[in-house]
Write a protein that binds this ligand. Structure first.
Ligand code: TRP
Length: 450
């Protein structure tokens, strides 16, 4: 092992970094649009239940394994296993996680690149470079590849600076800025005509949809994606956390921050959609559903910004800046997964590992961009809908079936001996052992049958 492992210098550093990982395009874009498509308040309700009853326990499994083993997912699952078979399965599961994290980053950086391009667009409009504006906002291979490359370079630069001087430093700078931008936008949008109607669609639950299998599947996928689960992101962040911290509380804070920001993003995006309608923008598609997907972010909202006149330019700038920051604090956590593995298991220096994997991600992401129609949604489905829940299931099994129970309990106690009086102590071990795997499996099967 060539370099000593990094560590977060403070509790706040960890919370901001882990929340930064969790809060991303999934929150600001995925959550509101999923809510709009799945019965508004009904989705919000089910999402919160799943986030706390399923995603939080799974998040804890990752954090506990990570902090105990102080290593990446490949080594971590081997370390907590006894016997050759379990160790080999652990190793394979870890590898699978590393590959999925790399693939998620490959498609994520394309989308994040669009955010960057749209961030520059208002500037080119102001300076009268209309050809550039068109190039920036039109779907095209060159644009997609250039901006995903820029985004990958940003991500790699942060990761190559290490845990404390890269991940922690930038999360502490970017997360508060992101919150501030978001708060300003929400306040502005709320005062526009039409906003209240959007709020109603967002918050009033359509209870007929509450048991809808599609809604539950979407909410579970959203919760797993949003908390960055399964691929070892939270595991590796947990491994950089000091043994003196109260782990269940840290995990709870991250879950609360993540869900709250998703909720806040809904207060921004859905009202904005209805403000756009007031301005004459079409917000329902031919099938009569609210426009969601990429069209919402890259067509409906930009049309709204344009229709606002001069004020629309700073608003667009702030909005896409918010998106880019959210994406960056998430993408660094994805890149850290393969990078930490390469550093720890192949003795590479952090700098070399980061740039080497940055290049791999760039190649993969260009392949996806060049075969967009064929590959993009396949990769998204394969990684987020199938692999993440399966890996989450494996992590729950490793934490509670494979790992020696006393050692696992000792790790929970570390840094917080009073935990033995808490509900967490009484419920979590059994819950993750029996309930979580069954619940995840049920929803997974149901998702496939759909
Ligand atoms: N949670 C982030 C979001 O909501 C994305 C993310 C970061 C992620 N790290 C991950 C998703 C690891 C899956 C796996 O946008």
């Amino acid at each position: 092992m060539s370099s000593p492992r990094g560590q977060f210098s403070s509790k706040t550093g960890f919370i901001l970094a882990a929340s930064g990982s969790a809060v991303g395009l999934g929150n600001i874009w995925g959550f509101p649009t999923n809510a709009a498509e799945n019965g508004g308040g009904a989705f919000v309700l089910i999402y919160f239940v799943l986030a706390f009853c399923l995603a939080y326990p799974a998040l804890m499994a990752e954090l506990i394994i990570g902090r105990h083993t102080k290593s990446n997912m490949v080594s971590a699952l081997q370390k907590i296993s006894t016997g050759a078979i379990a160790k080999n399965i652990g190793k394979l599961t870890g590898f699978y996680g590393v590959i999925i994290a790399t693939l998620i980053l490959s498609f994520y950086s394309i989308v994040a690149g669009w955010m960057l391009a749209f961030l520059l667009e208002p500037l080119s409009t102001v300076t009268g470079l209309s050809d550039v504006s068109i190039w920036l906002t039109e779907f095209g291979n060159t644009r997609n590849i250039i901006f995903s490359a820029v985004f990958i370079i940003l991500t790699t630069t942060v990761i190559s600076a290490g845990v404390e001087h890269g991940i922690e430093k930038w999360s502490c700078r970017l997360m508060p800025s992101m919150l501030l931008l978001m708060a300003c936008l929400i306040v502005y949008v709320m005062f526009q005509d039409g906003a209240i109607e959007g709020l109603k669609v967002y918050l009033l639950p359509d209870f007929r949809q509450i048991g809808d299998p599609q809604l539950i599947a979407s909410a579970m996928g959203q919760a797993f994606f949003s908390l960055s689960l399964g691929v070892g992101t939270m595991l590796i962040y947990g491994s950089y956390l000091s043994p003196d911290e109260n782990l269940p509380a840290m995990g709870a804070i991250v879950t609360i921050v993540d869900s709250s920001i998703a909720f806040l993003a809904g207060l921004l995006v859905l009202p904005a959609l209805f403000v756009a309608q007031q301005q004459g923008v079409t917000i329902y598609n031919e099938a009569g559903n609210l426009i969601a997907g990429p069209d919402l972010i890259f067509q409906t909202l930009p049309t709204l910004f344009h229709s606002m006149g001069a004020i629309g330019i700073p608003i667009a700038l702030v909005f896409f800046c918010l998106m880019t920051i959210a994406a960056l604090t998430s993408s660094i956590s994805m890149l850290e997964v393969p990078v930490s593995y390469t550093i720890e298991n192949h003795g590479t220096s952090r700098h070399t590992a980061a740039w080497l994997i940055g290049v791999v991600v760039f190649v993969l992401s260009s392949l996806i961009a060049l075969n967009f129609d064929r590959l993009f949604s396949v990769v998204v489905t394969l990684t987020t809908e199938y692999s993440q829940p399966l890996l989450g299931l494996m992590l729950c099994i490793f934490a509670t079936w494979v790992w020696h129970r006393d050692k696992m309990l000792a790790e929970i106690r570390s840094g917080h001996p009073q935990v033995e009086q808490s509900l967490f102590w009484k419920i979590w071990p059994g819950y993750v052992r029996f309930c979580c795997p069954v619940l995840i499996l049920l929803m997974f099967v149901q998702n496939i049958l759909n």
